[in-house]
Every structure is written in C-alpha cells, then in structure tokens.
Ligand binder design. Structure first.
Ligand code: M6R
Length: 599
C-alpha cells in the first residue's frame, strides 16, 4: 500500500514530489524518498518515519529548471522500515520507485552479479535494468526486457542517467496514472496528487508501459504501440483520497479483495504455506497457544482459535487483553503467546505482551503497522499488510488478521501432519479463492442499501452464528454498534435458548449467519426457534430459508471460510448502510478513537 509520484518538467519539481507524497501519505508512511535528475546531476534523499522527516531532510536541496523526478512513500512489506529499504532504489546510474510485490525477486537476484544494499524485492528491478542496458545498449529495450522478466504486481517509475530527460513506467496489478498539462507530465498512483497540476489523465491498464519526456508520452500495451486516452481530471481532493467512495470505511471494504492478496503474497505456494518470519525451530516445544487482543482484533483471534484447533489440533485459548492483564494468569513456557493488533499501539494488548515476555513465553505479533510498539516488543511478527486503515470501524484489518491466522493454522498443520493430502489441498485452494469471496458484489450492495431502511428502530439486534461464525457474529454486532449507535449483541446461536430468547418479539432483529458448509441444520433449528417466537429474521446464507423475513443470498462456496469471508463483507456493508441512513459520520463515530493507547 505504498504511493508513488513522478514529474517531467521545469515547474518546481521538488515541490510537486513532496506535495504529491503528502496526498498519498494516508496509504502508509513508514519511510519516504525522492530522486531528481537534471542532466548528469542527481539529488536523492530518503528518510524513515513520517513525511515531515523527508521534508526536513531535503530542505537544502535546490532544483531550478528542467528535470525529471520520482518519489515514494512506503508501507513496509519486504524488509524493515529503514533508510536503506526506502525507495528510490538505485544501481550505478539508475533509480526506481515501485508499488506492489515482485514475486520472483529471489530468483532474479541470484541471477545478477550486482551489489544489493536493501532487503526489498524492488531493488532487483534497477540492477536488472542496468544489466539489460549493458547488453542491449538501448534504454527503452532494456526497460521492456526488465518488465518482461518480472512476476507479480507492480507500478514502476524509473529514471536513468542513460536517458536523463525521461521517465520509464510500467503497470501490472498496481494502480498508476499519467497526467499532462501542456508540456509537463505527471505520474501518481492515485488521482489525489494530480489535482491542481495535471489537466488531463490517462489511467494505465495492466500490461501498459512506456516512456515520457517533455510533452511526449510513448505508450505500449505489451508489444503494441498505442495512443493514450487522456480525459479531463475533474475530481476533488477529498473524493480522490476516498477513491470516489463516500467514506473511507466503504473504500476499505471494497479494497479487501485486493489487500488480502498482499497478505498472502509470498506466503502461499502450490505446495503449502511458508512464512519467512517464523520457522519450525522457533515453534519447537510449543504445546499450546494463547491469543490476546482487543475489539475487532479479539474477534479475529477467536476465529483463529477455531481454525488452529480444527486444522492443527493444538489447544488454543483467546482472551481479551484488558481482562488478561489483571487476572494473574497462569502462564507456561511451552505456550506460544500471540497478540493481534491493527495499530500495534493498543495499551492493553501491549501490556499483556509485556507480561508474557516477562514470564519467558515465546511471543508472536500479528500486526498491521511495522515498527509499532507491539512489533518492536514481540520476538517475531507477521505483518498483515492491509495498508493504512482510516475508518475507525475496522474492516480490512480484520479480514487480513483472520487470513494470517488461517495460514498460520495450516502452517502448523503441515508440520504436525494433522491433515491428509486432500484436506491440505482443499484448505490451500480455499485460501487462494478468498479474494473472490471478498469481492463486493454491486447487486448485493444495492440490496443491502434497500434492506437497511427496515432495520433502523426496534429494541435491539442479535447476531447469531455457530462455531467460527460465532466470532463473526460478534464482529457483525460490534460493527453495527460502533457506527450506528444501535444496541446489538453477538451470540452463539445454540445458547439463545438459555436466556436471550426471552427477548424475542417482532421488534427484536435476528441477523442469522447460516453457512451451508458448517452445522447448517443446527443453526437452522436455532433460527426456527426464534422465528416461532416472532423475532424478525434476516438470514444470510446460500441456501433458501423460508422462515426468513429478509433473505440475503451469498454465493455457493465449497468451503465454510469462503462463506465466512463473504458474510463478513455483508455484515460490514449492512452496518455501514444503516449508519448512513441514520445520518452518522461513519468514519469518525462518536466517543471512539482509531487507536486506544490508554488503559
Ligand atoms: O489496533 P488494535 O487492533 O489493537 O485495536 C483494537 C480495537 O481497539 C479495535 O479493533 C476496535 O475495536 C475497532 N474500532 C473495531 O472496529
């Protein structure tokens, strides 16, 4: 979830690059950097942390007249957030910025006789380009040969002293836009940096690449030369940052399908799961797992507990961090202690982690923010790679946390050999299918918008599910509570008859999670009991359910986790549409903060 910008022209290059990065900072900001080339003279500057650190560091850089420049704001995926790992990466005479992930960077690196200084996948691009230029003697051909060798996702900008008035660019799987205003050419990974600069834009498609110089864009699609289709840039800044969505929450719900691919990238192969962050040696001697987290991350943890026990047969307990802290817990050294946190700064989770460390347990953080307090303290970290999450109501952080836990469960199952070949294959295929289950179906969204008007009153909601759909029910209820301010509770469906069913009447709304692939008959009879007592039922399932007052049909999946993921999206959208109808600020709900750094 990094951001890139580029510029060819004579109008205060440095200012455009820094302003552009500022507009992209919301995507991630563990480090940033820029490179400006004027004939043979290169100015490069990088800094760790927020963009203001880069601004301060390059204060003395003066650039007048024509030049070309590229810049990048980074959210670490491969390699720690250090200056060496910050972009632009460089070789002897060329500089590159890149968004995305180069999957085959290790093979390419081995094939090159170059001096690598960073731990990133990106650096391979610039060394490969320089090798190609030596062989082909033509920068354009060398650039094409370079991108042809890359596997994975990328938006690339490259400048080189071999062609100092040009920027080479390519797009595959990561967004990139080229903008124009007379002779000036701009690049950015989203609209926001271009507003106020470019008059017209061409949105690059996958497979498009080329080169720009003053006033000229040469564009290719694979091997074919094509004409760019410039159209006026009409969007305003706020809308641009939200990618055209009404709220950051909505944007974050929609981007889950792409983001989860980043979570999986490099960790899933045809043969199974592999994490470069952990190894079997590290997990040797572990006989049980304790997970600790707050809020949505706790719900991800509960889901993970079901998955780990199911797949790897390792006993797992999951606790709310604020409870764990003061209960004088019994901790054994053969327990792996996992903390889960989007921000990595939640005070209760951090404190629980300290207690586990002090007790001598091995600790693992599942976190979205590299270099956060929790990441710095834990022995090991698996990053969720969700990109920055702006909506206070967590969405993509949750689905990526669950994905890490699911992959981790399969990783443990592989070493414990608890699954046979066909079970292992089934899990792997389902994991690889998750981006499809998370894709927002526009018709479904429209249906939920219409449905939301029937759920604005009443005396409360029960979200019910069984097994792993119980923590999903908890998460659905939390989403609704925090942004709509309506009372909602998540409950294990089989437990309703032990008390809460007394509340049932037409003004009690039951949101029933009814997966075809997991305990369908059991949940069905629980819902029938509620229906018999006149609760209003909204059923979410792929199987028709006659007693439902409202029925939300999900796709037919052959694995319960794919149903889980599609239902997660339904619950997020339903909560958001109800909150919007009630006139609430979805991104900034009352009384809540994105990161709870106090007790
Ligand atoms: O940053 P963390 O994941 O540690 O945050 C934990 C909770 O504060 C967080 O999940 C909170 O519950 C969200 N607002 C839920 O949407």
């Amino acid at each position: 979830m990094c951001g890139i910008v580029g510029y060819v022209g004579s109008n205060d290059i440095k200012n455009f690059l820094l302003e552009g990065l500022k507009e992209l900072e919301y995507r991630g900001y563990d480090s940033a950097g820029m490179a400006i080339l004027q004939d043979d003279s290169l100015k490069i500057c990088k800094a760790v942390g927020k963009l203001e650190n880069l601004q301060k560091k390059c204060q003395d850089i003066k650039v007048d007249g024509f030049g070309v420049g590229i810049a990048h704001t980074r959210w670490a995926t491969h390699g720690k957030p250090t200056e060496l790992n910050a972009h632009p990466h460089f070789g002897e005479f060329s500089y590159v910025v890149h968004n995305g992930i180069i999957e085959n960077y290790k093979e390419l690196k081995e094939s090159l006789d170059a001096k690598f200084v960073s731990q990133t996948d990106t650096e391979v691009i610039v060394h490969l380009f320089e090798k190609n230029i030596e062989e082909l003697k033509d920068p354009l051909k060398a650039f094409k040969a370079t991108i042809d060798a890359l596997k994975g996702a990328y938006a690339i900008l490259l400048i080189t002293k071999a062609a100092p008035d040009k920027i080479f660019f390519a797009k595959e799987g990561s967004p990139l836009i080229v903008g124009r205003n007379g002779d000036e050419i701009y690049f950015a990974s989203s609209d926001a940096p271009l507003i106020g600069y470019a008059k017209e834009v061409h949105y690059l498609e996958d497979g498009e690449w080329g080169v720009v110089q003053r006033g000229e864009v040469q564009l290719f699609s694979h091997d074919q030369k094509i004409e760019p289709e410039f159209k006026p840039l009409t969007i305003n800044k706020e809308l641009a940052q939200k990618g055209g969505y009404r709220f950051f929450m909505e944007k974050e719900i929609y981007e889950q399908s792409d983001v989860i691919t980043e979570t999986m990238m490099g960790r899933i192969t045809e043969n199974g799961v592999d994490f470069e962050e952990i190894d079997e040696e590290y997990l040797k001697g572990i006989t049980s797992i304790k997970i600790c987290a707050c809020g949505t991350s706790y719900h991800a943890g509960l889901s993970g507990a079901y998955l780990i026990e199911k797949l790897a047969r390792v006993p797992v307990t999951c606790e709310i961090a604020s409870e764990f802290r003061y209960k004088d817990p019994v901790l054994h050294k053969d327990t792996l202690f996992i903390v889960i946190s989007q921000s990595g700064e939640t005070a209760d989770t951090l404190e629980a982690l300290k207690m586990a460390k002090n007790a001598g347990l091995k600790t693992l953080a599942i976190c979205n923010v590299d270099n956060s307090s929790i990441v710095r303290l834990a022995d090991r970290t698996i990053l969720t790679r969700a990109g920055i999450e702006k909506g206070v109501a967590s969405t993509k952080a949750f689905t990526t946390q669950v994905m890490v836990l699911w992959m981790f469960a399969l990783y443990l199952a592989q070493s414990a050999k608890t699954l046979d070949e066909s079970q292992h294959k089934k899990e792997l295929e389902a994991i690889m299918h998750t981006p499809h289950a998370l894709k927002v179906d526009e018709n479904m969204h429209e249906r939920l918008k219409r449905l939301s008007k029937r759920y604005l009153h009443g005396h409360g909601f029960f979200f019910i599910g069984r097994d792993i759909f119980f923590p999903l029910a908890l998460e659905g209820a939390l989403k609704l509570k925090e942004i709509s301010y309506l009372h909602a509770e998540g409950y294990p469906a089989g437990e309703m008859k032990h008390g809460p069913i007394a509340l049932a009447d037409p003004e009690l709304f039951t949101i029933a999670l009814m997966p075809k692939n997991l305990l369908y008959d059991k949940i069905k009879s629980n819902v029938e009991e509620l229906s018999a007592r006149d609760s209003t039922i909204c059923a979410i399932s792929s199987l028709e359910f006659d007693l439902a007052d409202d029925f939300v049909r999900i796709h037919e999946w052959d694995h319960f986790m794919l149903e889980y993921y599609e239902m997660a999206v339904v619950l997020q959208l339903l909560a958001m549409e109800i909150a919007i109808r009630l006139g609430n600020d979805v991104d900034m709900p009352r009384n809540l903060a994105k990161s709870v750094t106090v007790e």
